[in-house]
Ligand binder design. Structure first.
Ligand code: GTP
Length: 325
Protein backbone atom coordinates (compact mmCIF):
# COMPACT_ATOMS: atom_id res chain seq x y z
CA UNK A 1 0.00 0.00 0.00
CA UNK A 2 1.16 3.53 -0.77
CA UNK A 3 1.33 6.48 1.60
CA UNK A 4 1.41 10.12 0.54
CA UNK A 5 3.43 12.22 2.96
CA UNK A 6 2.41 15.88 3.04
CA UNK A 7 5.47 18.05 3.52
CA UNK A 8 4.90 20.80 0.98
CA UNK A 9 3.70 23.58 3.28
CA UNK A 10 5.68 26.79 3.79
CA UNK A 11 5.45 26.66 7.57
CA UNK A 12 4.80 30.40 7.83
CA UNK A 13 3.89 30.18 11.51
CA UNK A 14 7.34 28.85 12.28
CA UNK A 15 9.31 31.68 10.78
CA UNK A 16 12.14 32.59 11.05
CA UNK A 17 13.14 28.92 11.54
CA UNK A 18 11.44 27.93 8.28
CA UNK A 19 13.46 30.48 6.31
CA UNK A 20 16.44 28.21 6.97
CA UNK A 21 14.87 24.79 6.70
CA UNK A 22 11.46 23.35 5.81
CA UNK A 23 9.25 22.46 8.77
CA UNK A 24 9.46 18.67 8.18
CA UNK A 25 13.24 18.82 8.67
CA UNK A 26 13.08 20.55 12.05
CA UNK A 27 14.85 18.18 14.42
CA UNK A 28 12.67 16.89 17.23
CA UNK A 29 14.94 15.19 19.79
CA UNK A 30 17.66 14.99 17.14
CA UNK A 31 15.45 13.48 14.41
CA UNK A 32 13.57 15.48 11.75
CA UNK A 33 9.81 15.61 12.12
CA UNK A 34 9.28 13.81 8.83
CA UNK A 35 11.40 10.86 9.99
CA UNK A 36 9.26 10.54 13.12
CA UNK A 37 6.28 10.23 10.78
CA UNK A 38 7.95 7.84 8.29
CA UNK A 39 9.11 5.61 11.15
CA UNK A 40 5.54 5.39 12.44
CA UNK A 41 4.29 3.79 9.19
CA UNK A 42 3.48 0.08 9.41
CA UNK A 43 5.19 -2.65 7.31
CA UNK A 44 2.30 -2.85 4.86
CA UNK A 45 3.24 0.59 3.49
CA UNK A 46 5.72 -0.39 0.79
CA UNK A 47 6.20 3.02 -0.81
CA UNK A 48 5.96 6.56 0.50
CA UNK A 49 5.26 9.25 -2.07
CA UNK A 50 6.50 12.68 -1.09
CA UNK A 51 5.25 15.68 -3.10
CA UNK A 52 7.68 18.49 -2.38
CA UNK A 53 7.72 22.16 -3.26
CA UNK A 54 9.00 24.54 -0.59
CA UNK A 55 12.73 23.86 -0.09
CA UNK A 56 12.50 20.74 -2.23
CA UNK A 57 16.29 20.41 -2.53
CA UNK A 58 16.78 20.28 1.22
CA UNK A 59 14.17 17.55 1.69
CA UNK A 60 15.52 15.58 -1.28
CA UNK A 61 19.07 15.92 -0.04
CA UNK A 62 18.15 14.78 3.46
CA UNK A 63 16.25 11.71 2.23
CA UNK A 64 19.07 10.77 -0.16
CA UNK A 65 21.63 10.90 2.63
CA UNK A 66 19.36 9.22 5.19
CA UNK A 67 17.27 6.74 3.20
CA UNK A 68 14.40 5.23 5.18
CA UNK A 69 14.00 1.43 5.18
CA UNK A 70 11.22 1.45 2.60
CA UNK A 71 10.95 2.99 -0.86
CA UNK A 72 10.57 6.77 -1.08
CA UNK A 73 9.45 8.51 -4.28
CA UNK A 74 9.91 12.28 -4.37
CA UNK A 75 7.70 14.22 -6.80
CA UNK A 76 8.10 17.90 -7.51
CA UNK A 77 5.08 20.14 -6.85
CA UNK A 78 5.88 23.27 -8.84
CA UNK A 79 3.30 25.48 -7.10
CA UNK A 80 1.63 24.74 -3.75
CA UNK A 81 -1.50 22.73 -4.56
CA UNK A 82 -2.98 22.45 -1.06
CA UNK A 83 -3.42 19.21 0.83
CA UNK A 84 -5.93 17.80 -1.70
CA UNK A 85 -4.24 19.11 -4.86
CA UNK A 86 -0.94 17.61 -3.69
CA UNK A 87 -2.55 14.17 -3.52
CA UNK A 88 -4.28 14.54 -6.90
CA UNK A 89 -0.96 15.57 -8.42
CA UNK A 90 0.59 12.17 -7.56
CA UNK A 91 -2.40 10.04 -8.56
CA UNK A 92 -0.40 8.18 -11.21
CA UNK A 93 1.68 6.68 -8.41
CA UNK A 94 -1.35 5.44 -6.45
CA UNK A 95 -2.81 2.04 -7.33
CA UNK A 96 -5.44 1.23 -4.71
CA UNK A 97 -6.58 2.24 -1.21
CA UNK A 98 -3.93 4.55 0.23
CA UNK A 99 -2.84 6.53 3.24
CA UNK A 100 -2.27 10.28 3.51
CA UNK A 101 -0.29 11.59 6.45
CA UNK A 102 0.85 15.06 7.53
CA UNK A 103 4.61 15.28 7.73
CA UNK A 104 4.64 17.64 10.68
CA UNK A 105 2.44 15.86 13.20
CA UNK A 106 3.82 13.52 15.80
CA UNK A 107 1.44 11.19 17.56
CA UNK A 108 0.99 7.84 19.23
CA UNK A 109 -1.58 6.75 16.62
CA UNK A 110 -1.06 3.10 15.66
CA UNK A 111 -1.33 3.60 11.89
CA UNK A 112 -1.71 -0.16 11.24
CA UNK A 113 -4.78 -0.36 13.53
CA UNK A 114 -6.17 2.76 11.86
CA UNK A 115 -5.94 1.09 8.43
CA UNK A 116 -7.57 -2.02 9.88
CA UNK A 117 -10.40 0.20 11.21
CA UNK A 118 -10.85 1.66 7.71
CA UNK A 119 -11.15 -1.81 6.18
CA UNK A 120 -13.51 -3.13 8.86
CA UNK A 121 -15.85 -0.18 8.46
CA UNK A 122 -15.69 -0.55 4.66
CA UNK A 123 -15.23 3.20 4.70
CA UNK A 124 -14.79 5.38 1.63
CA UNK A 125 -12.53 7.58 3.72
CA UNK A 126 -11.38 7.45 7.34
CA UNK A 127 -9.89 10.22 9.44
CA UNK A 128 -7.86 9.94 12.64
CA UNK A 129 -9.31 12.12 15.39
CA UNK A 130 -7.87 13.69 18.50
CA UNK A 131 -9.93 15.08 21.36
CA UNK A 132 -8.94 18.70 22.02
CA UNK A 133 -9.97 21.09 24.77
CA UNK A 134 -10.19 24.11 22.48
CA UNK A 135 -11.57 23.21 19.03
CA UNK A 136 -11.38 26.74 17.59
CA UNK A 137 -8.05 26.36 15.68
CA UNK A 138 -9.00 22.98 14.20
CA UNK A 139 -11.27 21.22 11.74
CA UNK A 140 -13.73 19.22 13.82
CA UNK A 141 -16.18 16.41 13.09
CA UNK A 142 -19.34 15.02 14.63
CA UNK A 143 -19.53 11.23 15.03
CA UNK A 144 -22.55 8.96 15.13
CA UNK A 145 -22.61 5.96 17.50
CA UNK A 146 -21.04 3.69 14.87
CA UNK A 147 -18.20 6.21 14.35
CA UNK A 148 -19.62 7.43 11.07
CA UNK A 149 -18.83 11.10 10.48
CA UNK A 150 -21.99 13.13 9.95
CA UNK A 151 -20.71 16.73 10.01
CA UNK A 152 -17.59 18.84 9.48
CA UNK A 153 -16.70 22.29 10.64
CA UNK A 154 -13.48 24.25 10.03
CA UNK A 155 -12.09 26.47 12.76
CA UNK A 156 -15.42 27.06 14.57
CA UNK A 157 -15.98 29.76 17.15
CA UNK A 158 -16.44 28.48 20.72
CA UNK A 159 -20.20 28.94 20.40
CA UNK A 160 -20.47 27.20 17.02
CA UNK A 161 -18.33 24.17 17.90
CA UNK A 162 -20.49 21.02 18.01
CA UNK A 163 -17.70 18.68 19.13
CA UNK A 164 -14.10 18.61 20.31
CA UNK A 165 -12.92 15.88 17.94
CA UNK A 166 -10.25 17.41 15.74
CA UNK A 167 -8.88 16.11 12.46
CA UNK A 168 -5.51 14.61 13.43
CA UNK A 169 -4.07 14.63 9.90
CA UNK A 170 -3.95 10.92 8.98
CA UNK A 171 -6.38 9.67 6.32
CA UNK A 172 -7.09 6.22 4.89
CA UNK A 173 -8.72 6.67 1.50
CA UNK A 174 -10.21 4.46 -1.19
CA UNK A 175 -8.71 4.94 -4.64
CA UNK A 176 -11.98 6.49 -5.92
CA UNK A 177 -11.56 9.47 -3.57
CA UNK A 178 -9.16 10.76 -6.24
CA UNK A 179 -12.17 11.24 -8.59
CA UNK A 180 -13.52 13.83 -6.17
CA UNK A 181 -10.43 16.03 -6.09
CA UNK A 182 -10.44 18.75 -8.73
CA UNK A 183 -7.37 20.19 -10.44
CA UNK A 184 -5.36 23.10 -9.07
CA UNK A 185 -5.30 24.24 -5.46
CA UNK A 186 -7.63 22.04 -3.40
CA UNK A 187 -7.93 21.63 0.36
CA UNK A 188 -8.64 18.08 1.44
CA UNK A 189 -10.18 19.18 4.70
CA UNK A 190 -12.31 22.09 3.47
CA UNK A 191 -13.33 20.95 -0.01
CA UNK A 192 -12.92 17.21 -0.56
CA UNK A 193 -14.11 15.75 2.75
CA UNK A 194 -17.43 17.64 2.93
CA UNK A 195 -18.04 16.60 -0.71
CA UNK A 196 -17.63 12.86 -0.04
CA UNK A 197 -19.32 12.80 3.36
CA UNK A 198 -22.35 10.83 2.14
CA UNK A 199 -20.16 8.10 0.64
CA UNK A 200 -19.23 6.76 4.08
CA UNK A 201 -16.62 8.51 6.16
CA UNK A 202 -15.54 7.21 9.55
CA UNK A 203 -13.44 8.66 12.35
CA UNK A 204 -11.13 6.88 14.79
CA UNK A 205 -10.06 8.51 18.07
CA UNK A 206 -6.93 7.37 19.87
CA UNK A 207 -5.18 7.82 23.21
CA UNK A 208 -1.66 8.93 24.06
CA UNK A 209 -0.38 12.09 22.43
CA UNK A 210 -0.90 14.14 19.30
CA UNK A 211 1.06 17.25 18.50
CA UNK A 212 0.64 19.28 15.34
CA UNK A 213 4.08 20.91 15.23
CA UNK A 214 2.89 24.05 13.45
CA UNK A 215 4.00 26.69 15.97
CA UNK A 216 6.91 27.28 18.35
CA UNK A 217 4.79 26.39 21.36
CA UNK A 218 3.65 23.14 19.81
CA UNK A 219 7.19 22.13 18.82
CA UNK A 220 8.36 22.86 22.35
CA UNK A 221 5.54 20.79 23.77
CA UNK A 222 6.47 17.94 21.40
CA UNK A 223 9.93 17.96 23.00
CA UNK A 224 8.47 17.93 26.51
CA UNK A 225 6.07 15.12 25.64
CA UNK A 226 8.81 12.90 24.22
CA UNK A 227 11.26 13.77 27.00
CA UNK A 228 8.69 12.92 29.69
CA UNK A 229 10.61 13.12 32.98
CA UNK A 230 14.03 12.08 31.74
CA UNK A 231 17.32 13.67 32.72
CA UNK A 232 20.08 12.70 30.26
CA UNK A 233 23.51 14.22 30.28
CA UNK A 234 26.04 12.96 27.74
CA UNK A 235 29.28 11.59 29.20
CA UNK A 236 31.27 14.29 27.39
CA UNK A 237 29.46 17.04 29.33
CA UNK A 238 30.61 18.32 32.71
CA UNK A 239 27.21 18.89 34.29
CA UNK A 240 28.60 19.62 37.76
CA UNK A 241 29.35 23.25 37.05
CA UNK A 242 25.73 24.22 36.62
CA UNK A 243 22.45 23.24 38.26
CA UNK A 244 20.28 20.92 36.27
CA UNK A 245 16.67 20.45 37.27
CA UNK A 246 14.93 17.90 35.11
CA UNK A 247 13.44 17.11 32.80
CA UNK A 248 16.53 17.99 30.77
CA UNK A 249 18.56 16.50 27.94
CA UNK A 250 22.09 17.63 27.25
CA UNK A 251 23.78 16.20 24.19
CA UNK A 252 27.38 15.48 23.25
CA UNK A 253 30.04 18.16 23.67
CA UNK A 254 27.73 20.78 25.20
CA UNK A 255 29.55 23.12 27.56
CA UNK A 256 27.85 24.38 30.71
CA UNK A 257 29.18 27.47 32.46
CA UNK A 258 29.62 27.90 36.22
CA UNK A 259 26.37 28.57 38.00
CA UNK A 260 24.21 28.06 34.90
CA UNK A 261 20.68 26.85 35.66
CA UNK A 262 19.15 24.43 33.18
CA UNK A 263 15.54 23.32 33.31
CA UNK A 264 12.97 22.41 34.18
CA UNK A 265 12.54 21.48 30.54
CA UNK A 266 15.74 22.24 28.71
CA UNK A 267 17.06 20.53 25.60
CA UNK A 268 20.64 21.38 24.64
CA UNK A 269 21.84 19.89 21.36
CA UNK A 270 25.39 18.90 20.42
CA UNK A 271 28.13 21.53 20.82
CA UNK A 272 25.95 24.14 22.48
CA UNK A 273 27.62 26.49 24.92
CA UNK A 274 25.87 28.01 27.93
CA UNK A 275 27.72 30.88 29.62
CA UNK A 276 28.25 31.34 33.36
CA UNK A 277 25.12 32.05 35.39
CA UNK A 278 22.83 31.83 32.34
CA UNK A 279 19.38 30.35 32.84
CA UNK A 280 17.49 28.18 30.35
CA UNK A 281 13.92 27.15 31.06
CA UNK A 282 11.35 25.43 28.83
CA UNK A 283 13.58 26.04 25.83
CA UNK A 284 15.36 24.16 23.09
CA UNK A 285 18.82 25.11 21.84
CA UNK A 286 19.95 23.64 18.54
CA UNK A 287 23.45 22.53 17.55
CA UNK A 288 26.37 24.86 18.06
CA UNK A 289 24.33 27.78 19.48
CA UNK A 290 26.03 29.88 22.15
CA UNK A 291 24.14 31.44 25.02
CA UNK A 292 26.14 34.26 26.65
CA UNK A 293 26.70 34.59 30.37
CA UNK A 294 23.78 35.73 32.54
CA UNK A 295 21.23 35.31 29.74
CA UNK A 296 17.67 34.28 30.51
CA UNK A 297 16.12 32.00 27.88
CA UNK A 298 12.51 31.01 28.51
CA UNK A 299 9.82 29.37 26.30
CA UNK A 300 12.11 29.87 23.30
CA UNK A 301 13.77 28.09 20.44
CA UNK A 302 17.37 29.01 19.58
CA UNK A 303 18.45 27.82 16.15
CA UNK A 304 21.74 26.29 14.96
CA UNK A 305 24.87 28.42 15.56
CA UNK A 306 22.96 31.46 16.89
CA UNK A 307 25.01 33.51 19.35
CA UNK A 308 23.02 35.23 22.09
CA UNK A 309 25.02 38.13 23.63
CA UNK A 310 25.63 38.16 27.39
CA UNK A 311 22.82 39.38 29.68
CA UNK A 312 20.10 39.07 27.01
CA UNK A 313 16.54 38.06 27.92
CA UNK A 314 14.87 35.87 25.31
CA UNK A 315 11.27 35.11 26.21
CA UNK A 316 8.74 33.32 23.95
CA UNK A 317 10.90 33.91 20.87
CA UNK A 318 12.47 31.98 18.01
CA UNK A 319 15.97 33.14 17.09
CA UNK A 320 17.34 32.03 13.73
CA UNK A 321 19.81 33.41 11.19
CA UNK A 322 19.89 36.89 12.72
CA UNK A 323 16.08 37.12 12.83
CA UNK A 324 13.68 36.77 15.72
CA UNK A 325 9.92 36.21 15.82
P1 GTP B 1 1.63 27.32 7.99
O1 GTP B 1 2.06 28.16 6.82
O2 GTP B 1 2.37 27.73 9.23
O3 GTP B 1 0.15 27.22 8.18
O4 GTP B 1 2.16 25.80 7.75
P2 GTP B 1 1.89 24.79 6.53
O5 GTP B 1 2.11 25.49 5.25
O6 GTP B 1 2.76 23.58 6.77
O7 GTP B 1 0.36 24.42 6.64
P3 GTP B 1 -0.36 23.33 7.55
O8 GTP B 1 0.34 23.20 8.86
O9 GTP B 1 -1.80 23.65 7.55
O10 GTP B 1 -0.17 22.01 6.67
C1 GTP B 1 -0.54 20.72 7.11
C2 GTP B 1 0.30 19.70 6.37
O11 GTP B 1 0.05 19.77 4.96
C3 GTP B 1 1.78 19.93 6.54
O12 GTP B 1 2.38 18.65 6.65
C4 GTP B 1 2.18 20.66 5.28
O13 GTP B 1 3.54 20.40 4.92
C5 GTP B 1 1.22 20.09 4.25
N1 GTP B 1 0.87 21.05 3.21
C6 GTP B 1 0.21 22.24 3.38
N2 GTP B 1 0.02 22.85 2.21
C7 GTP B 1 0.56 22.03 1.27
C8 GTP B 1 0.68 22.12 -0.18
O14 GTP B 1 0.26 23.09 -0.83
N3 GTP B 1 1.30 21.07 -0.81
C9 GTP B 1 1.79 19.99 -0.13
N4 GTP B 1 2.41 19.01 -0.81
N5 GTP B 1 1.70 19.88 1.22
C10 GTP B 1 1.09 20.89 1.90
Amino acid sequence: MKAVLLVGGKGTRLRPLTYRLPKPLIPLMGKPLLMHVIDSLPEEIDETIVPVGYMKDKIEDYLEKNPPRRKITIIEEKHPLGTGGAVKNVEDYIDGPFLVINGDTVSSLDVGSFMEFHRKKKAFASISLWEVTDPTPFGIVELEDDQRICRFQEKPTKEEAFSNLANAGVYALEYEVLDHIGDGFVSMEREVFPRILDKGMYGLTFEGYWIDCGTRDSILSAFWTLMADSVEIHDSVDGRRGRISGPAIIRKDAVIGDGAVLGPYAYLSERTVVGDNARIEKSVVFEGAKIGRECLIRDSLIDVDVEVPAKTEVISTTLSGGKSE
